[in-house]
Write a protein that binds this ligand. Structure first.
Ligand SMILES: C[S@@+](CC[C@H](N)C(=O)[O-])C[C@H]1O[C@@H](n2cnc3c(N)ncnc32)[C@H](O)[C@@H]1O
Length: 403
């Protein structure tokens, strides 16, 4: 068949028998979307990759552990030849032709009677691109289209979201927001933004979007949470789609659940979009893995909002001091000595490595490496200030391994 004559169609494969011959990485790439379509997928192959095996173990596909044989396509609606052996793929294609089943040949694209388009999803749209057998071109066009849709550069006529979206914006680098977060931000009528998080993204918003600054400066002036809750509810009730853009993840010391409760009480629907938390992302960009095999088997994220001997503290600092793994201290840099003293008093060795990362993932990022007994003085001497994450434990000293 001439490539110009390909006809792009959407197949309803739900409950229909689809045969995939071969169980290597080519089949592995195709299987998830087939499974999602609801097809009854049968893999014929003597061997499969561990991922395909896992899909078979989970009951998502049926695996026939043997070579292909003529007759395997009986009652099939669609066939994919995914082996690395041209003769096998040719034999499958020949049977498919004989029994009139459309057949994709992964090894020889346009030689089959069907081809798989480069596909991608966006908000209920399924985009498919064919480029006359030029896979790189179809994938590049697909990627460009999806980027344009997600960033609002191409109109997708998206269903206008309603209510409030609690979006975790990540630690600051605008590229560390999730795809869903970015997509919803592009649809916002009102954005209620924190001081932390991807502030650069606000620049990209069209001028008609109302941006409300919910800046909460640690230990200083604080926009009251009630006022934030009221703004969310009021705008949403007026029919505007509100994105509450928060730093990191909305539920990690982010008061996100308070906002969810306020909206729920007012009958406002909420979409929660988890985010990349600074507790893990900020150490990562400073070459501090929060866990490492054989080094740290636990990681505790703790708030430094309240100091250890404060009656309002809910944290058992002597228990934390007995741990050997990683402690990630948030909001604690200004009173660091109170925390390090409590840990040393509780038995954590004074020589424990510590890393402090200020404004991680942003152009202003600074990193300080020290030990538990010296870090408070070092932080003061070097003028470290919020926002900063303090990582305590052997992982904080692992950067030396890189040398
Ligand atoms: C109120 S908490 C919010 C945490 C946020 N929900 C999250 O998941 O990252 C604020 C604290 O997060 C930490 N933090 C947030 N962004 C940071 C960044 N870019 N660099 C260092 N620390 C950061 C600091 O400890 C800061 O005091």
């Amino acid at each position: 068949m001439s490539v110009e004559q390909h006809y792009l169609a959407g197949l309803d494969l739900a409950g229909r028998r689809v045969v995939v011959v071969g169980g290597g990485t080519v089949a592995q790439r195709r299987l998830p979307r087939l499974v999602r379509s609801g097809a009854s997928v049968e893999v014929v192959s003597p061997e499969v990759t561990p991922s395909v095996q896992a899909m078979a173990d989970a009951g998502e596909v049926t695996w026939h552990r043997r070579p292909y044989r003529d007759g395997d396509l009986a009652d099939a609606w669609y066939v994919l030849c995914c082996t690395s052996v041209t003769e096998v793929n040719a034999a499958v294609a020949a049977e498919a032709e004989r029994v009139r089943v459309f057949c994709v040949r992964a090894d020889a694209g346009i030689a089959g009677s069907a081809v798989t388009p480069a596909t991608g999803d966006h908000d209920g749209l399924l985009v498919g691109v064919l480029a006359q057998g030029d896979h790189q071109r179809s994938a590049a066009v697909r990627d460009g289209l999806l980027d344009a849709l997600r960033e609002g550069r191409a109109s997708a006529q998206d269903r206008q979201p309603a209510g409030v979206a609690l979006v975790g914006g990540g630690p600051g680098d605008p590229e560390l927001i999730t795809v869903r977060g970015r997509r919803l931000l592009a649809r916002a009528d009102v954005v209620v933004a924190d001081r932390l998080g991807p502030r650069d993204l606000l620049d990209e918003l069209p001028p008609n979007v109302l941006v409300i600054d919910a800046a909460k400066i640690p230990y200083g002036r604080a926009a009251s949470q009630d006022a934030i809750n009221e703004a969310l509810v009021e705008h949403a009730k007026a029919g505007r789609f509100v994105v509450r853009l928060k730093g990191g993840d909305p539920y990690l010391f982010g008061r996100g659940f308070e906002e969810l409760i306020a909206c729920a009480k007012a009958g406002v629907p909420v979409t929660v979009v988890p985010g990349v938390t600074s507790a893990f992302a900020v150490p990562a960009v400073a070459d501090v893995p929060v866990t490492h095999r054989g080094v740290a088997h636990e990681v505790v994220v703790v708030s430094g909002h309240i100091v250890p001997d404060d009656p309002a503290s809910l944290t058992d600092w002597s228990a934390l001091a007995r741990l050997t793994g990683t402690i990630v201290l948030m909001m604690g840099v200004e009173k660091l000595a109170r925390f390090t003293d409590a840990l040393i008093a509780g038995g954590r060795p004074a020589s424990t490595p510590v890393a402090v990362v200020q404004e991680g993932t942003t152009h202003a990022q600074r990193v300080l490496r020290s030990t538990l007994d010296a870090v408070a003085a070092d932080v003061e001497a070097q003028g470290f200030r919020p926002p900063a994450v303090t990582v305590i434990g052997p992982v904080a000293g692992m950067v030396g391994e890189l040398a």
